[in-house]
Design a protein around this ligand. Structure first.
Ligand SMILES: C[S@@+](CC[C@H](N)C(=O)[O-])C[C@H]1O[C@@H](n2cnc3c(N)ncnc32)[C@H](O)[C@@H]1O
Length: 217
């Protein structure tokens, strides 16, 4: 058997490491530990389950947006362990209508999310796809897009799904804080091109709340 040195020393993906830890300890809330920024100087006032899952307050916000705008179709990119999907689904359940399509490209992560979703009692509201956000086919008008996959492709995601976005819908780009830069700059670039209007919410990891400009009356 030939074992390559590269294979031996392959770094474990952060997603897998965190999932293993969650399997050991269960979901545990802790103070947010992303670093302070000018716009969010006290990140420890927020809570998180882990550094992949959105801040607890952002999860609460997600559910509130769902109950506020009552979307028929929600698209989430980046399922990870399925926690944000379940908060969205809670909102849909409260509304009594709608569905969330969530996509996860990593097969191991997808399996784990599938397990959590299957045992949640909320699977009727969720369509879980093992696919990249840049390939997943979504039919119909999207009322809420939660872009939370790989930071490097969030801009591509928004550009890809923009034609399908309802002009009255909401686009949420997570990780838009000034220290993570990439997503913030992407959101501001899309705004500078006149494609979306953006509000930057000062959470520890940052949340860009946006709306498509075309079609607004
Ligand atoms: C920040 S985590 C998502 C956290 C989750 N939304 C939550 O708050 O509970 C990002 C996830 O996106 C996945 N991912 C990365 N690139 C992707 C892509 N192109 N399409 C779908 N998922 C992707 C990663 O495997 C990872 O599980």
């Amino acid at each position: 058997m030939v074992v390559s040195l590269k294979g031996l020393f392959k770094k474990e993906k952060q997603e897998h490491k965190i999932l293993r830890q969650v399997q050991r300890t269960g979901d545990k809330l802790q103070p947010e530990y992303h670093r302070a920024t000018e716009e969010c100087p006290y990140p420890e006032r927020w809570s998180m389950y882990d550094s992949m899952t959105a801040e607890l307050e952002v999860l609460e916000f997600l559910r509130a947006v769902v109950t506020t705008i009552k979307p028929e179709l929600v698209l989430e990119t980046g399922t990870f362990s399925g926690i944000s999907t379940l908060w969205i689904a809670e909102g849909l359940k409260a509304n009594g209508r709608g569905k969330v399509i969530t996509c996860e490209s990593d097969p191991t992560v997808f399996l784990s999310a599938q397990g959590r979703i299957a045992s949640s009692g909320l699977s009727a509201w969720i369509d879980c796809r093992r696919q990249s956000s840049l390939e997943v086919a979504v039919d119909g008008r999207i009322d809420l897009l939660f872009s939370d996959s790989d930071m490097g492709i969030r801009e591509q995601e928004v550009r890809r799904f923009l034609p399908q976005m309802s002009p009255y819908g909401i686009i949420l780009m997570h990780d838009a804080s000034s220290h993570l830069k990439q997503v913030r700059q992407a959101a501001l670039r899309l705004e500078a091109e006149g494609l979306i209007s953006v509000l930057l919410l000062a959470t520890p990891r940052g949340l860009a709340v946006a709306q498509k400009r075309q079609g607004r009356h």
